[in-house]
Ligand binder design. Structure first.
Ligand code: ZN
Length: 177
């Protein structure tokens, strides 16, 4: 399986998953569609400005391999939706997303997420796994509400709401608003 990913600045938020595709051709087509969308005047790119990064859609939007879970792959060829598990790690005002796997069964995805969260070292930076459901072979929205909500996996550290994706994550050493 292939994943369409838009890399964004670690200071702005986590990478965006724009879809999961059964073929490379399907993913490339969706990539072209996504890039073309912002080339037209009527769509404003919500990620047009990012700290410490020159935004280039052709460089930032990429097709990557995604591991399809073998334990719940029964009937995967016909699956219309998959649940993607990603691991997020936060530190120094940055957030990094690593896409782990795609699951046909949500229960299986949850199990995998719990497994990954348990494996996280509590002494290091906050690390947690989040789920994102996507339609197979379709370009997904890049709207923040369509992506996993960063910080929702944290129980204490981000109780102040600083994990909200709506505003850029505060940089280390930056002044209070
Ligand atoms: Zn699975």
């Amino acid at each position: 399986m292939k994943a369409l990913i838009r890399h964004i600045s670690e200071y702005s938020g986590a990478d965006l998953l724009l879809g999961v595709f059964t073929t490379d051709a399907g993913a490339q087509e969706a990539r072209a569609e996504y890039i073309a969308r912002y080339a037209r005047c009527c769509f404003r790119d919500p990620w047009a400005r990012q700290p410490y990064r020159r935004v280039s859609l052709t460089a930032d939007v990429a097709v990557d391999r995604i591991r399809a879970c073998k334990s719940c792959a029964t009937g995967a060829a016909r699956a219309k939706h998959v649940t993607v598990v990603s691991v997020y790690s936060e530190g120094f005002g940055q957030v990094v997303r690593e896409i782990d796997s795609a699951h046909v069964l949500r229960t299986c995805a949850k199990r995998r997420a719990a497994e990954l969260s348990q494996g996280a070292d509590s002494r290091s930076f906050p690390k947690y796994a989040l789920l994102q459901e996507v339609a197979v072979d379709r370009l997904a929205s890049d709207a923040p509400g369509n992506q996993p909500s960063i910080g929702s996996g944290l129980t204490s550290a981000r109780a102040d709401g600083a994990g909200s994706r709506k505003k850029p994550i505060k940089r280390r050493g930056s002044a209070q608003r």
